[in-house]
Design a protein. Structure first.
Ligand code: MD6
Ligand code: FE
Length: 215
């Protein structure tokens, strides 16, 4: 099912920019207001929480999930789990609107048949950053990742094949969608500390949805 041109989308002719080989930004691809009700429902069932990491520190970013699998971290390491460790219940399903968005964004960037089974939801408050990392807990790296930026803009950093080899910074705005795969699938990346925005002083957070096929 392809929902291109549905109400969900901001642009009938979206732009696609390859900011790094096999890493596409679809600028202003989605009207993010349409996603907020579902995020409220998900975070009611599985609230945002900072997770413990293997090195004994808590993450700065607060996370939750929806989908068959959710990305979690604890002292033992990173894993995908079928249940929310806070409630011991399954995560809520990925809303249809979210899967349609992920499918369409992937399709538009050249990746057919993307059916994510995991959606990580990250929340950044002012000052929160995400350190350089690779996404490598998934089973099939031939599958792309689709991510959606909501709220305050953030500077996304791409380091390439080494953790600290800074290559590129790119400002992601509300409604921007990133799709990456193939040669970009395992690049190191991070997010700079979130800044307040003079033009939108009431906004205090950024939310990022990351869709993955984990299994
Ligand atoms: C973020 N995103 O944008 C963090 N990882 O807040 C990620 O770490 C990420 O956006 C893999 C693929 C897409 C992403
Ligand atoms: Fe990542």
């Amino acid at each position: 099912m392809v929902f291109i041109m549905s109400d969900l989308f901001s642009n009938s002719r979206p732009e696609k920019e390859e900011i790094y080989p096999d890493l596409f930004v679809l600028a202003n691809f989605v009207k993010t207001e349409t996603l907020l009700d579902e995020i409220k429902i998900i975070t009611k069932a599985s609230p945002f929480r900072k997770m413990m990491t293997p090195n004994g520190h808590k993450t700065g970013v607060a996370c939750t999930n929806c989908g068959d699998y959710g990305w979690t971290s604890d002292r033992q390491g990173y894993q995908y789990s079928k249940e929310d460790p806070l409630s011991s219940k399954p995560w809520l399903a990925i809303p249809k609107q979210f899967s349609a968005l992920a499918y369409d964004a992937a399709f538009f960037a050249g990746f057919k048949n993307f059916y994510p089974d995991a959606c990580l939801i990250n929340r950044y408050l002012i000052g929160t950053k995400l350190g350089s990392h690779q996404d490598k807990n998934e089973m099939d790296f031939s599958q792309p990742i689709v991510s959606v930026s909501i709220g305050l803009p953030a500077i996304f950093q791409i380091f390439g094949n080494q953790r600290s080899n800074k290559i590129l910074e790119y400002k992601l705005e509300d409604g921007d969608v990133m799709v990456w795969g193939k040669s970009a699938r395992l690049v190191y990346h991070g997010v700079k500390a979130l800044d307040a925005n003079r033009l939108a002083p009431k906004m205090s957070e950024r939310i990022n949805l990351t869709f993955r096929k984990s299994h």
